[in-house]
Ligand binder design. Structure first.
Ligand SMILES: [Zn+2]
Ligand SMILES: [Zn+2]
Length: 423
C-alpha cells in the first residue's frame, strides 16, 4: 500500500490549485448581440468543445445583458451559406424549450437572445471552463476604425468617437476603460485591435498612445492583414510591434507592448471570419478572470496560431530567454529571437501609401528595428542577451499549415512577449 500511496500523493501535490498552468483562450468573438451570426451559447459550445479553457465574447459596444429580441428572419439573413436554420441548430443542441420566441407588433417571429448570466451556467466549470465578460469598444476617427477590447469589465463602455485625432480618440477610449478598473477595483485590460483593418493605425500611433499596453499581433479576420502588404511600408504586425516597442523604449521611456492572438470570429455557418485561428496561452495560478488578466498584465502569456510551448522563461539574472516547444512528431520548427540593438540605425524613410490609407505617408524604419538576433531549427532554444539589445522576443515558426487558416497556406506560429528591457 505504501508504495502505491506515495506516487498518488506526489501527483496530488503537483496538481495543486495554486500552481500556475497554461490556459487557452480567445478574447475576441462576436455573436448576435452585435454583428456575429450565431447565438452566444452556440459559439461558447464550439470553443468549449474544441479544448479552450476560456472565452471572452466581445460584441461591439454592448454587453450581453437586458432584453434583446432579434427577428428570426434577420438571423437567417445573416447566415452566409445555405443550410439548416440557425434557430433549429440551437434548439437541437439545447433542447426545444431553450429558445424563447414571440411575435412582435408586425406579426414577425422574434427570438430572445440569452444574456451572459443566463447561458454561462451551462458551460462554466471550476478549473475547466470560464466565460470572461468583454466588449469591443468600437470607436473611430473619420474613416479609421479604432476598436479596443475591454476584458473583464462589469459595465458597458460607450465609445468616444472623432476626438481631435486618431491618437486622441484611442487615448480617450483607453482612459474610459482604465477608469472603470479604478472605479471597480477589478483588473480590466484593454487590447487595441487589428491595426491594419482599413489601414487605420500605424506603429507610431501604437507607440505614442502610451495608455495602450496590448495589441493584436494576430487577428483571424481576413480583413485585418497581419502579414501587412508590400505597397504600405512596415505594415506586418511583427514590424508594427518592433517599431512601436523601439519608439517606446528609446524616445518615450515606456514599456513595450504585449501581443495578443485572437479569432475576431463573426461567422459560424461557413463564411470567412470563423473560429479556431488565433488565441492566447496564459500562465495563471487559477482559471479566474482576475487571475487571467493579471497574468497577461505581467506578460505571462504568449500568442499562437497553433504552436504550443512547453515553457517560455526569462531569467533576469543570467539575462537568458529560453523557449521550449511542445513538439508534434514530424513537425519542423524554427525559433527566431528578435530585438532592436541599442545603437540601431535610426534612418526613417517616408513612403506614400495608396489612396484608401488613413495615413497618406507611412514611415519605413531600418532593418535594425526588430533585427533577427538568432535563428535555429529545433524544439528548444536559448538567447543570451549581450547588453546591446533594447529587448528580445521570440517568434516560433512551424512548417504546418494552420488548422483553419485565414488565408491559404498560413503557417502555425507563436509569439512570446518582449523581455529584458529596462527603462
Ligand atoms: Zn474590430
Ligand atoms: Zn471584432
Amino acid at each position: 500500500m505504501r508504495c502505491l500511496l506515495l506516487p498518488l500523493l506526489l501527483i496530488a501535490t503537483s496538481a495543486s490549485a495554486d500552481e500556475p498552468r497554461w490556459f487557452k483562450g480567445n478574447t475576441h468573438t462576436h455573436s448576435l448581440w452585435s454583428d456575429g451570426n450565431d447565438f452566444p451559447e452556440m459559439i461558447t459550445a464550439w470553443y468549449k468543445d474544441h479544448g479552450y479553457d476560456f472565452l471572452a465574447m466581445s460584441d461591439h459596444n454592448t454587453l450581453a445583458e437586458g432584453d434583446k429580441w432579434v427577428p428570426e428572419a434577420t438571423i437567417e439573413k445573416k447566415k452566409i451559406t445555405l443550410g439548416r436554420k440557425v434557430v433549429d441548430k440551437c434548439s437541437e443542441r439545447f433542447g426545444p424549450d431553450w429558445v424563447t420566441t414571440h411575435k412582435n407588433a408586425k406579426g414577425e417571429i422574434e427570438v430572445k437572445l440569452k444574456t451572459l448570466e443566463e447561458y454561462r451556467g451551462k458551460f462554466e466549470e471550476p478549473g475547466k471552463f470560464l466565460l470572461v465578460q468583454a466588449e469591443e469598444v468600437s470607436a473611430g476617427f473619420g474613416n479609421a476604425p479604432i476598436h479596443i477590447n475591454a476584458i473583464n469589465l462589469t459595465e458597458a463602455i460607450q465609445p468616444v468617437k472623432d476626438l481631435v485625432s486618431i491618437r486622441e480618440t484611442m487615448r480617450a477610449n483607453l482612459q474610459a476603460i482604465a477608469a472603470q478598473a479604478v472605479k471597480t477595483g477589478r483588473p480590466i485590460m484593454a487590447h487595441v485591435n487589428h491595426p491594419n483593418f482599413r489601414w487605420a493605425l500605424t506603429a507610431e500611433d501604437l507607440a505614442h498612445v502610451i495608455e495602450d499596453k496590448f495589441f493584436e499581433v494576430y487577428n483571424g479576420h481576413p480583413s485585418t492583414y497581419p502579414e501587412g502588404v508590400p505597397e504600405r511600408a512596415d505594415t506586418s504586425t511583427d514590424r508594427i510591434w518592433d517599431i512601436a516597442n523601439t519608439i517606446r523604449l528609446v524616445e518615450l521611456k515606456q514599456p513595450p507592448l504585449f501581443g495578443m492572438g485572437t479569432d475576431d470570429s463573426h461567422h459560424y455557418h461557413g463564411g470567412t471570419a470563423t473560429s479556431g485561428r488565433g488565441y492566447v496561452m496564459v500562465r495563471a495560478e487559477k482559471l479566474d478572470s482576475n487571475a487571467l488578466v493579471e497574468a497577461m498584465q505581467r506578460g505571462d502569456f504568449y500568442a499562437s496560431t497553433g504552436v504550443t510551448l512547453e515553457d517560455v522563461a526569462f531569467d533576469p539574472s543570467s539575462r537568458q530567454l529560453r523557449v521550449k516547444i511542445q513538439a508534434v512528431p514530424g513537425v519542423k520548427y524554427r525559433i527566431e529571437f528578435r530585438g532592436t540593438p541599442k545603437n540601431y540605425d535610426r534612418t526613417v524613410q517616408e513612403v506614400p501609401a495608396p489612396a484608401d490609407d488613413n495615413h497618406p505617408i507611412r514611415l519605413k524604419h531600418s532593418e535594425d528595428v526588430g533585427k533577427l538576433l538568432s535563428s535555429s531549427e529545433g524544439t528548444e532554444s536559448t538567447y543570451q542577451m549581450t547588453g546591446e539589445e533594447l529587448y528580445v522576443r521570440a517568434v516560433i515558426f512551424s512548417d504546418q499549415v494552420m488548422i483553419n487558416p485565414a488565408t491559404p497556406g498560413q503557417l502555425q506560429k507563436a509569439w512570446t512577449q518582449p523581455v529584458g528591457w529596462k527603462l
